[in-house]
Ligand binder design. Structure first.
Ligand code: UDP
Length: 255
């Protein structure tokens, strides 16, 4: 996040952003559950120009053993950005940013999974960002919770997440890349609509208390919308399973 160069205007005089959205409008969101056969649960998500895949394995025996918790499962997330996902090639492998994002997503998910049902195990969540355009941590978390549900892991609820921020002095919902780069604040948040519980909240930049209020209002409304898209993805997934025999599955078993 850096200061806006004077020639870049992020919001025009009619309150329209550079991608044509209003300040409280989200980018189009699509989620598909159960896209990978080898994973216990999976989800593919497109959110504006972001493309993210999430895969879940487990609960399975936790290795190395010293990481096991005799009282509950641990949720281990690995967030990774593909080299080709950003305009400047990203060096492969973990870096400070991906380690931080993996940690905060693991913690957010541990709040909703009934970990005490599966002592000594690990629930492994892999998030691969195929294409990035700001908001990949919230996109990853949104996809991961659908993948966990697809894996049949008992959870309190799904976790919708969105980033709210500030561009040209105005609070905007669901930052795009330009707003993330040249805006003055970024507030990713994950909220369970049913209870209002916040399981992730970060803040980069500055907002006044009034601006935080507006931002939380936008985020609350957006999380409700995202939650419906998540539930719809799971409904479609199980409607397909109930209605049709999966031909690829049967050929796998024969092989
Ligand atoms: N980004 C990039 N290269 C990197 C890391 C990030 O181009 O090595 C871009 C990418 O589009 C990402 C955006 O910067 O979505 C914002 O990154 P941030 O750390 O704020 O996380 P995000 O908004 O993706 O959750």
């Amino acid at each position: 996040m850096s200061g806006t160069p004077s020639d870049i205007k992020l919001i025009d005089e009619n309150g329209i952003r550079i991608d044509g959205r209003k300040v409280d409008e989200m980018r189009p969101l699509k989620i598909e559950a159960g896209v990978l056969k080898r994973a216990d649960g999976s989800a593919y998500l497109e959110w504006g120009k972001n493309k993210v895949i999430a895969a879940v394995y487990g609960p399975r025996e936790c290795h190395p053993r010293h990481m096991q918790n005799p009282a509950k499962a641990i949720v281990q997330c690995k967030y990774n950005m593909m080299s080709f996902s950003v305009s400047d090639r990203k060096r492969p492998g973990p870096d400070r940013r991906s380690i931080e994002i993996s940690k905060i997503i693991s913690e957010a998910l541990e709040n909703v999974v009934f970990t005490e049902n599966f002592p000594r195990t690990s629930i492994d969540v892999y998030i691969e960002v195929l294409q990035a355009n700001a908001g990949t941590r919230v996109a990853g978390l949104t996809a991961a919770s659908v993948a966990l549900a697809d894996a049949g892991i008992p959870m309190k609820d799904l976790v919708p997440a969105v980033a709210v921020g500030k561009a040209d002095g105005q609070i905007v919902l669901d930052l795009n890349k330009e707003e993330d780069n040249y805006g003055s604040a970024d507030l990713p948040i994950a909220m369970i609509p049913r209870t209002g519980e916040v399981v992730l909240m970060q803040m980069d930049g500055h907002m006044t208390m009034e601006e935080v209020d507006i931002a939380l209002g936008y985020a609350t409304k957006a999380c409700r919308e995202i939650y419906e898209v998540q539930k719809d993805a799971l409904r479609r997934r199980y409607a397909v399973q109930a209605g049709a025999v999966d031909e690829d599955d049967s050929s796998d078993e024969e092989a």
